[in-house]
Write a protein that binds this ligand. Structure first.
Ligand SMILES: C[S@@+](CC[C@H](N)C(=O)[O-])C[C@H]1O[C@@H](n2cnc3c(N)ncnc32)[C@H](O)[C@@H]1O
Length: 243
């Protein structure tokens, strides 16, 4: 049986999956809301960087975050992905300002300490183990630099087989204690962690507008501990001010 890494690489290399990626996830009102929440938290942390600092978005996918970073005035944005079709989609969306390369996120060709920040959205939950990915992201981040990533706190897709197959294989949730252990092992310090989205993101695309408004109200009043996703901003070693 192919390992989960290969399953994900193959799934996202299919041209029909790439062609429908944004529409399926982010076109509905609920999908746009998910997109805003996810990107909003990542951009909040990345906006502490200077515009000329090197940022890597990996996996870049169709370029949704890379495009926002370029629009915000960042001038040294790189994107990397394993899927040639994804790289093509992000090149089309972002233009020549985005430097793209094909990489395996677990073993990239980037030298040590290359980027001031590395951001990885919607990727950790495709893999059971967090350590190998975060280790590689840490290696290529400059000392004092930032790693931003999200984890799933809970999702029925990690329990229900029939929800996994059509969407490219198994999904894993990671509890906060697990993440803390891996961060400690890698010497990463936490700048911040935000819990977002009461329900797993895939559910939002099915919410009609009144339900979406109701869910948004619940999100305002229910405790964040119930939310399904965490966005982490962690630093390699000491903060830059402490060096
Ligand atoms: C769910 S998408 C996330 C894309 C983007 N970060 C976003 O938030 O929209 C997962 C991405 O991981 C890429 N991918 C899968 N395995 C990979 C690997 N081993 N190395 C690099 N990219 C990989 C896929 O091609 C796909 O673009």
């Amino acid at each position: 049986m192919p390992g989960s890494r290969t399953v994900k690489q193959d799934y996202y290399s299919q041209s029909d999956v790439v062609a429908g990626y944004d529409d399926w996830r982010f076109r509905s009102a609920g999908g746009r809301y998910v997109d805003q929440c996810e990107q909003g938290r990542a951009l909040f942390w990345l906006n502490f960087l200077q515009p000329h600092e090197k940022i890597l978005d990996m996996p870049v996918g169709t370029g949704r975050l890379a495009h926002s970073l370029l629009q915000q005035g960042f001038t040294a944005v790189a994107g990397a992905d394993f899927s040639p079709a994804m790289l093509e989609a992000s090149a089309k969306r972002c233009g020549p300002q985005l430097t793209l390369s094909r990489q395996d996120a677990f073993a990239t060709h980037f030298p040590d300490d290359t980027f001031a920040a590395v951001v990885s959205l919607r990727f950790t939950f495709h893999h059971e183990e967090l350590l190998p990915l975060l280790q590689e992201l840490t290696r290529i981040t400059q000392p004092g630099g930032l790693v931003v990533f999200d984890t799933l706190r809970w999702t029925p897709r990690s329990w229900l087989g029939w929800l996994q197959k059509p969407f490219g294989g198994r999904i894993w949730s990671h509890n906060e204690a697990q993440v803390h252990r891996v961060l400690a092992e890698l010497g990463l310090t936490i700048d911040g962690m935000d819990r977002i989205l009461l329900f797993p993101s895939f559910a939002y695309r099915f919410f009609p507008a009144p339900i979406l408004r109701f869910v948004q109200t619940l999100e305002r009043y229910l405790p964040p501990i119930l939310r399904s996703k965490a966005v982490w901003a962690v630093r390699k070693g000491a903060t830059r001010d402490q060096q």
